[in-house]
Design a protein around this ligand. Structure first.
Ligand code: SF4
Length: 307
């Protein structure tokens, strides 16, 4: 853990405990009982003063008693990630009373066979009911989905989410799927699937504002946008990374977002950016370059080239 610093705009707290390990997951989390001293150690590391954004991620934050942290923290956007099995009225009331105003719930799939295979521990209907309860407390709430899981197939369901993150499955060496030597769909199949999901999200009024993130306008995740825009963030907890004193190289990541890159901030990159405009991967409005839909699919290689 990094020792406490001066007050900071964006704070990320990591909770490395889970009920069990999901098959696709290589995040720094362990299927063990939470260490009762973990939250107390985090409390000691907190920066002073209010933050602009706070994000509790994991792992599964709600497996810990979050109240000592909620007592100390406040932010204009305060997000907690929840697993559908976490969702109970009492917890939601505690979070609300503690100043949390945004919930991100990992759903991952609407297909019961896939959810069982992933080891998620709930059905799509159970996740839906959990999300309905979340929405009763938090208007600003969203879900995470995975595309490209072996054998997975579903139609997007309209649960009234304001935000949706859609991640392509990556076969990580540390995952159970990798150890099981499972084959995952190829890139083209996954890209087609992302296009379908993006279209279905757009029909529900969610705009793609970052490569993996969609939101009803006004419900974009400000914490994630801050990270992509190159703002500093402090990460606390086992396995958390910080981004402090970030370089222009990192600020170029804002190309991932609907904000795009302003040529005046990156004069050295202009000839390459113009090259990608000619290729149809970027579009230029005034001095700002933004990804086209096709550019969104190859953003990583554009970034590697212009950095
Ligand atoms: S996907 Fe989430 S809930 Fe599953 S093991 Fe990873 S961190 Fe834990």
């Amino acid at each position: 853990m990094r020792s406490s610093a001066g007050s900071l705009d964006n704070l990320y707290l990591h909770f490395p405990y889970c009920r069990r390990k999901c098959t696709y997951c290589a995040l720094p989390s362990r299927a063990v009982k939470p260490d009762p001293g973990y939250v107390a150690r985090l409390v000691k590391e907190l920066p002073p003063g209010p933050c602009k954004t706070i994000y509790f991620g994991g792992g599964t934050p709600a497996l810990c008693d979050l109240r000592p942290l909620l007592d100390k923290l406040s932010a204009s956007e305060f997000t907690v990630e929840l697993h559908p099995l976490d969702v109970k009225r009492e917890l939601l009331e505690t979070l609300k009373a503690g100043g949390v105003n945004r919930i991100s719930m990992g759903v991952q799939s609407f297909n019961d066979d896939t959810l069982r295979d992933m080891g998620r521990g709930y059905t799509a209907d159970e996740a839906h009911r959990a999300f309905d309860l979340v929405r009763a407390y938090f208007e600003n709430s969203g879900i995470d989905l995975i595309v490209g899981y072996p054998g997975d197939r579903w139609e997007l369901e309209d649960w009234g989410f304001k935000h949706c993150s859609v991640y392509s499955l990556i076969l990580e060496e540390k995952s159970i799927l990798y150890a099981q030597k499972r084959a995952i769909p190829g890139d083209d199949e996954t890209l087609d699937r992302i296009r379908e999901v993006a279209e279905a999200l757009s029909a529900l009024g969610l705009r793609r504002y970052e490569i993996s993130s969609y939101a009803v306008p006004g419900f974009e995740c400000r914490h994630n946008l801050a990270v992509w825009k190159g703002e500093d963030y402090l990460g606390l907890g086992d396995g958390a990374e910080s981004g402090l004193d970030r370089s222009p190289k990192e600020r170029i990541l804002r190309l991932r977002t609907y904000l795009g890159l302003d040529a005046r901030d990156f004069p050295a990159a202009v000839s390459k950016l113009d090259f990608y405009v000619r290729k149809g991967l970027l579009e230029k409005t005034g001095t700002v370059y933004r990804l086209t839909p096709r550019g969104t699919e190859v953003c990583d290689s554009i970034l590697a080239d212009i950095v």
